[in-house]
Design a protein around this ligand. Structure first.
Ligand code: DNO
Length: 364
């Protein structure tokens, strides 16, 4: 966790040299950008060694950027399922935490979603108003697809880019993994989660790392799998599994906000006041019907979330957090990783910084 208060840090997600068409130089040129939510392309369950971490972090520093947040260190399915083999994977997770801390990492973003991370039914739905495109979800379309169909479609639509949460090794064993989840309830998943947190959080406290659990996206159960992180109540339970500021959230406004029942500014205030927000993903969504939405530009008036109220809640209750402008639309003929182009995320960062400056000056 960061030590200084009242000093939000704007960061950018980057997929690494050769894996991201966006360069560190371009990221550095976005006004107010302090660093990355960075990642190493490692499969879930392995130790990230110092030999791998050191050159990566040095390379980011050479570009004039910080790397105090890693997104994500993925949690192996055996940990979520509570299988005996979890011991080895938890050991590796702990070694990774220790190794990352040695190189200045303060926050690790991760999730505890079974099998799938985020889900969409279209990665490039054209927005009729302006001809740009963005990620889109319609549960009716999902209803006709099996999990395997969805994986195939997502891979086809991803334009050759690996998508976060859709790493090939995770999906190779999809059918077997889905079978293992049969009969696993939300309470079972929470019990396995507690086992994991009880093992890692004391280490995080010792080395000064805050864990940041990302919400289910979309914010409701999918394919009958247990999902336990899509409401304030869910997160209250997660926080109670291991009481510590190191057991915190990555509050993603667009993921939680996919469900209009979630009052995002109120949820930020609730957990910000408890010192449990270790990272923020800020973006907007446009509701199109029941369990149907598309991602919008960050500007409040283009979607259904109030970004001013969101930034005000952050400013008032967790002003020291790390923020990244989350998914953007594809605009200006950019081609790239769906959700993770340069232009719209840079516009998003600038808008968020503008809101922050205004709130800060108005508050003084
Ligand atoms: C999607 C991302 C998620 C997030 C993970 C964190 O675009 O926000 O994949 O990185 O859930 O582990």
């Amino acid at each position: 966790m960061k030590e200084e208060l009242g000093n939000m840090k704007m960061t950018f997600r980057w997929y690494g040299e050769g894996n991201d068409p966006i360069s560190l130089k371009q990221i550095k040129q976005i006004p107010g950008m302090t660093g990355l939510m960075g990642l190493l392309d490692r499969p879930a369950g392995v130790e990230w060694t110092e030999e791998e971490i050191r050159p990566y972090i040095e390379h980011v520093h050479e570009a004039g950027l910080e790397c105090e947040v890693i997104e994500s260190v993925n949690v192996h399915e055996d940990i979520k399922l509570g299988l005996p083999s979890r011991e080895e994977y938890i050991d590796n997770y702990i070694k990774t935490i220790r190794n990352l801390a040695k190189y200045g990492v303060k926050v690790i973003v991760y999730n505890f979603m079974p099998v799938f991370d985020w889900l969409r039914t279209d990665l490039a739905r054209v927005i009729p108003e302006d001809g740009s495109n963005s990620l889109y979800f319609d549960e009716k379309e999902l209803g006709e697809m099996t999990p395997l169909d969805l994986v195939r479609k997502t891979a086809e639509d991803s334009k050759g880019f690996t998508l976060p949460g859709w790493e090939p090794e995770r999906l190779a064993e999809l059918e077997t993994t889905l079978k293992l989840y049969e009969g696993v309830t939300g309470d079972d998943l929470r019990a396995n989660y507690k086992y994991f947190l009880d093992a890692i959080i004391p280490v995080c406290e010792e080395v000064g790392i805050g864990m940041a659990c990302h919400p289910d996206d979309p914010a409701w159960p999918i394919f009958g799998l247990p999902r336990i992180a899509h409401s304030q109540d869910d997160y209250d339970k997660i926080c109670a599994l291991h009481e510590s500021p190191a057991n915190g959230l990555c509050l993603c406004t667009g993921s939680l906000g996919s469900n209009p029942d979630n009052d995002i500014p109120a949820i930020i205030r609730h957990f910000g006041e408890k010192n449990r927000i270790n990272a923020m993903h800020v973006r907007n969504v446009k509701y199109l019907g029941h369990h149907k939405f598309r991602e919008a530009a960050h500007l409040s008036s283009t979607g259904d979330l109030d970004l001013f109220e969101i930034m005000k809640a952050i400013y008032d209750t967790c002003p020291d957090t790390y923020i990244r402008p989350d998914h953007g639309r594809m605009i200006w003929d950019e081609t790239g990783r769906p959700g993770y182009g340069l232009y719209d995320r840079a516009l998003g960062a600038t808008y968020i910084n503008g809101l922050w400056e205004a709130i800060d000056k108005m508050s003084k």
